[in-house]
Write a protein that binds this ligand. Structure first.
Ligand code: C2E
Ligand code: CA
Ligand code: CA
Ligand code: CA
Length: 278
């Protein structure tokens, strides 16, 4: 074993105890949270880059714990992934998002695409396409109104298997987007075999596009490549006019980010962004 000094050891131990106890606390709280309805969804607009017309919304999970307050998704999604709770949680997200879309359609709003994030475990789950199909049927949602966001690294874990799984979902008419694109090292040869509709350009490339030549080159290359493969593009994390201008000039299709709107509750979505069917 590695020799470490007593100071290092104590420091490390304290840090670890803090982390471990928070992890354990979140772990047991998560089970309760699902039954006690502490989770809810927010929706962030995805808009046409030229006209700013609303095309879709991304559903983002939120957790409000009675004592710990708002716990950000990145503090519990990875844990839910490792303890398996992501499966019922992911199912809850899908159902809640589709139920919400049904309610918007019933209220007479123009249809929008509902984008839902999937976790790696959900994507690997054999019954995924069947359970999605059942939910679409239950809420009478045409499959092309649902878009699944799958990260590039999820695909690259086992590309051959991903290709098969994507084909199955694609055949059912469900829209597919690769999330966090540019961070997962997929090769061009795989990319063209992925039966998808959209690439989401990761916000880490968007952040500095107004000033950084490398990022400008990367983003413009991603957009051109997507176009030649027949995929549409959306940039995430767009905050400023300068970023938006660059994306407009480089023919990105859609954007999403604080510059247009933060994620909001369903009621705010209705008041501010959804429009009545003409
Ligand atoms: P993501 O899928 O890449 O989602 C985008 C994240 O960027 C969201 O953070 C969103 O609120 C944030 N964002 C949007 N616009 C901007 C902007 O202009 N600037 C900045 N700095 N951030 C922006 P959020 O909601 O905290 O979610 C974080 C991650 O948690 C998501 O990243 C996704 O990986 C995961 N997640 C969220 N909801 C779900 C869910 O329902 N299921 C699964 N499996 N994962 C989820
Ligand atoms: Ca996403
Ligand atoms: Ca993303
Ligand atoms: Ca991300």
């Amino acid at each position: 074993a590695k020799q470490i000094g007593i100071d290092t050891y104590l420091f490390f131990d304290n840090e670890m105890q803090l982390n471990v106890s928070r992890i354990l606390k979140i772990d047991s709280a998560m089970h309760e949270a699902l039954t006690q309805k502490q989770f809810y969804l927010e929706y962030q607009p995805q808009v046409d880059i030229q006209t700013k017309r609303l095309k879709g919304v991304e559903a983002l999970i939120r957790w409000k714990h009675p004592e710990m307050g708002i716990i950000p998704p990145l503090d519990f999604i990875p844990q839910a992934e490792s303890n398996g709770l992501i499966l019922p949680l992911g199912e809850w997200v899908l159902e809640t998002a589709l139920k919400q879309l049904r309610s918007w359609l019933d209220k007479g709003f123009q249809p929008v695409v509902m984008a839902v994030n999937l976790s790696a475990l959900q994507f690997k789950n054999e019954g995924l396409d069947k359970s999605i199909e059942a939910l679409l049927k239950k809420y009478e949602i045409p499959p092309e109104y649902l878009e699944l966001e799958l990260t590039e690294s999820m695909m690259m874990e086992n590309p051959t298997r991903a290709i098969t799984a994507l084909n199955k979902l694609h055949a059912k008419g469900i829209r597919l987007a690769i999330d966090d694109f540019g961070t997962g090292y997929s090769s061009l040869s795989y990319l063209k075999q992925f039966n998808i509709h959209k690439l989401k350009i990761d916000q880490s490339f968007v952040r500095d596009i107004a000033t950084n030549d490398d990022d400008r080159a990367i983003v413009s290359a991603i957009i051109q490549m997507a176009e030649s493969l027949g995929y549409s593009t959306i940039a995430e994390g767009v905050e400023t006019d300068a970023q938006l201008e660059f994306l407009q000039q480089n023919s990105c299709d859609e954007y999403q980010g604080y510059g247009f709107s933060r994620p909001v509750l369903a009621e705010v979505m209705e008041e501010k962004f959804l429009s009545a069917k003409g």
